[in-house]
Design a binder for this molecule. Sequence first.
Ligand code: NAI
Length: 768
Amino acid sequence: MSLSFEGRVALVTGSGGGLGREYALAFAERGASVVVNDLGADTKGGGKSSAAADKVVEEIRAKGGKAVANYDSVEDGEKVIQSALDAFGRIDIVVNNAGILRDRSFARTSDLDWDLIHRVHLRGSFSVTRAAWNHMKNQAFGRIIMTTSAAGIYGNFGQANYSAAKLGLLGLANTLAIEGLRYNIRCNTIAPVAGSRLTETVMTPELVASLKPEYIAPMVLWLCHEQCQENGALFEAGAGWIGKLRWERSQGSIVRQKNQPMTPEAVRDQWDKICDFTDATKPKSVQESLLSIVSVLSGLDSGGGVGATPTAAAALASGVNPAEAVGQKLPPSTFTFTPAQCILYALGVGMSTKDPDHLRFLYEGHEDFSCLPTFGVIPSQAAMMDGGLSSIPGLNIDFTQVLHGEQYLELYKPLPTSGTLTSEATVADVLDKGSGAVILLDVKTFSGDQLICFNQFSVFVVGAGGFGGRRTSDNAKAAVPPPKRAPDVVAIDSTTRDQAALYRLSGDWNPLHIDPSFAAMGGFKAPILHGLCSFGFAARHVLKHFAANDPSRFKAIKVRFVKPVMPGQSLQTEMWKEGNRIHLQCKVSTDGHKRANGHFSALLCVQGMSCMRLIGSSLVQVKETDAVVLAGAYVDLHGASEASLGNLTQHGALQSELVFAEIGRRIKDSGSELVRKVNAVFAWEITKDSRSAAEWTMDLKNGSGSLHRGPAGGKADVTITVSDEDFMEVVQGRLNPQKAFFSGKLKVRGNIMLSQKLEVILKDHAKL
Ligand code: NAI
């Protein structure tokens, strides 16, 4: 697929000519709204003219693109960014490209030569980027390019001022890449080589003509695209070639001995070894760099109180010391609950009285009243919620950088529906994943002295890695990828706009899930759904489709949280049965947005077939590109029998169910209008294998309309009887309703004329 910038706003500084102009044209051609900034200065920074920027804007507009000009110097970053906000309301991409040259041999470099170069290149890029930064943070998207030069990377005679400023940009980019990481801001640096007025003086005219700026622009566009996750990297490019650069460090040599003074002679004697790049390493972070240095202390100064083991030395550098942390216990926590908490939790993970099967989890008077198995995470999380981890020695880390990475839950018996449970949490391991640390927290939950369940929380702490620890652990409950075949069952369910607001009442009060400004600080557009809420949705999909909603069949669940879900999005759970293990994966589909726009779209879930979406009158395959939010997940069941899969179509999962669910939502959205237009009560009788399988009552006469599963109780103006299969044929437009009526496939009792009004209910989308 081609890379589009539709909806994005890009600023290219110094784009009145040279490379910048080429970038601006390329962004505009692919749909971006472009701010063409150029002071219109001469190559040495003198003079000022609006002509350069205006000309490029005209060029873009002549081709049908969107652009505005800005004539401020990049030193006035706020003004430059303001013009993007004024014209287009946002800023997504900043390409710091503006530049001048004031070449002089070092001895002749004046203060002005030095300062002007630094003001335009280094200070200008800082000023523009800082003005854009908070906007990018708040929208959780930003792409920034810094432009360095080979002169900075390698040095170049007569360019001391320029080299210094240009390599300063690389340092700036390195840190922005780290600070912007969690806000989805990516910052990279490029060192282009192209013919332009800046290179006219150092290149032959032939070279200037051949090294075209258009050979650089595609790299800039890729680095600025939302698909590109490259961050903190440096690239050289020219003539259509692109290469990546990185730091290399020799093995080096320790030039002092324990309890001896360090001497210049010892340094001289080791110089060859210090400079030998055999087996060089490539450190990528301050932590990695510091680690090896601090480790030297442990070798030389053991017993000196600095750190006797490499792990301790590493801990000094990173704040994480597994040797100290592993095995530590958090203070025990107690959790007292009544049926109200079980019901609240069930509602929080999307259970509804609309599904009669859910009643056993929602009504304390039900003869099989039960607690959902995944409620088992609730008592155990109390210890974590109190910030217990931050008091553990050896975990001296920034707990604002914590992500819930994975979750494992195992039940030893069905959960009670009330009582007092105690939980004991232990740090099972601390792993070093390079970019972060993973803390495995094992929590055992007891009722009295009886072990009820076991949880393992995997907590990822961004930026806390590099302490020299192990990457994997025997104690970890691993995620398992699903089989490679198409899923056996796909279930689709909508979360509501208030799902997180409801779920949090079960005990996770993190404002990230309710407070928009807090969510923005975390780099999210809006408050996100709790990972454990999606986890609850997925688990009950398995329970429904493979264990007939019997909680005693539930043994364990493992999930890996990949991406956040926004409240209101639809969750699509794909399930594969492999013996007693049901593998699963959850995706978010964009169905919610379609409905919000007034589309009628029915989601059909058919066992053994892939998932189809009905939009308008045609059936479209749901795109496989929907984002995976829960991965490597599975549910283990006790004695799951063949019953589940085989009986699915016979006893459960009527295909018509999902269409009715969709109609129900439509009535909710615009019921009053439908009541006005239709003014009738419809009863549906859906048959399966010639037997009545479901009844639905569509009341479009009273109040603001309603749909419920069950008989109409004599209220119906018209009753329609049709088989599940024929209902689907009609809805999909494959069976003409009149023909169905005359062939006896669709029976209508009562006021037949009213059946014409079904078209109003289903609009043109379903050809009823
Ligand atoms: P150019 O001179 O054609 O473009 C630079 C543009 O920046 C000019 O249009 C100029 O008016 C504008 N500008 C200067 N000061 C400004 C300020 N204070 N505010 C706003 N705009 C200002 O040069 P070229 O070659 O296209 O260079 C673009 C960037 O690439 C520069 O940063 C340069 O240092 C860098 N670069 C270029 C190389 C090449 O081979 N062309 C090599 C290495 C780096």
